[in-house]
Design a protein around this ligand. Structure first.
Ligand SMILES: [Zn+2]
Length: 296
């Protein structure tokens, strides 16, 4: 196993570049399609790597990374941290700089307890919807604000809604960060029971998975107006971690996983495929509240 820091450039030679389809659906039951070499991508690899995103890592070992977006949230994050501490689990938090500035103590606690803190943006604006110079300005300011609290360099940026375009890539690269999406999710922006969210995440686990979760219950826009999930993020984590251990997986913070295993990268210029609102009633069964079709 070679440490990422020992590689000569920003992209480890062992990076695996695959088509988006090879990653599979984010909620598909594991295992995922094999990481087959692709002729065109292979030859174009070095030209495409700078505009590719990390989706997961390449390994057959039962290791995953739990990643939490949108915090820190004083209403949900501390209890979630209690659960992770009690379980001896270290996760990764993709934080919003406005929230970090408002609640720096929660971020300091994350670091003391061994979690990984990376960047999700400033106030959850979709950076592909603002002019490129503004996006870069916002990212630079957000990164500096988070680093002022963490005291270490931020290496990873997870775009809000997983939305990236060329300008975002250039800005992120110029700021010395890499783009990290995910390969599994729990669709935890729906207001459904904790067990249901946990089950969804557990069935999507696969070796090397990067799992998208949230540590806040902020309102999400829906066709019927903003709706606030009521599920306890701590309870979701408790049940999810039961499932993770029962399935034989172990967790690692993202930066450690990336140090140990080759990153699997893909081109994700569009938003990741999201649930069609029309399909929700069947999908959620008895759950009557239709939620929006986007991640937060
Ligand atoms: Zn988000």
């Amino acid at each position: 196993m070679t440490a990422r820091s020992s590689s000569s450039g920003p992209f480890p030679a062992r990076s695996v570049l695959v088509r988006r389809g090879t990653i599979g659906d984010f909620d598909a039951p594991g295992p995922r399609p094999p990481l087959v070499p692709d002729g065109i991508l292979h030859w174009a690899k070095w030209g495409l790597l700078p505009i590719s995103s990390i989706m997961r890592v390449a390994t057959h070992e039962p290791v995953i990374s739990l990643t939490y977006d949108d915090g820190p949230d004083p209403a949900e994050t501390p209890e979630l941290l209690d659960v992770l501490a009690a379980r001896g689990v270290r996760a990764t938090f993709f934080v919003l700089s406005d929230r970090v500035t408002a609640h720096p103590g929660i971020v300091r606690r994350m670091l003391v307890e061994g979690h990984d803190v990376q960047l999700h943006g400033d106030d959850h604006t979709d950076m592909t919807t603002v002019p490129a110079p503004e996006a870069v300005r916002r990212l630079r300011r957000a990164k500096a604000a988070v680093e002022a609290v963490t005291g270490h360099r931020i290496r990873s940026f997870r775009p809000t809604y997983g939305a990236v375009n060329l300008a975002t890539f250039l800005g992120v690269r110029a700021l010395g960060m890499d783009v990290v999406i995910w390969s599994a999710w729990a669709e935890d922006w729906f207001d459904v029971p904790a067990q249901q969210i946990a089950d969804r995440a557990v069935q999507a686990l696969h070796p090397g998975a990067v799992v998208l979760l949230h540590d806040t219950n902020d309102p999400v826009p829906t066709p019927a107006g903003p709706t606030r999930p009521t599920v306890s993020r701590a309870e979701v984590a408790d049940r999810l971690l039961d499932g993770v251990s029962a399935s034989g997986f172990r967790t690692l913070p993202l930066s450690q996983m990336l140090d140990r295993y080759p990153p699997v990268r893909s081109l994700t210029f569009r938003r990741p495929r999201l649930r069609n609102i029309a399909a929700l009633p069947q999908r959620l069964g008895s759950v009557s509240r239709a939620m929006n079709s986007s991640t937060r």
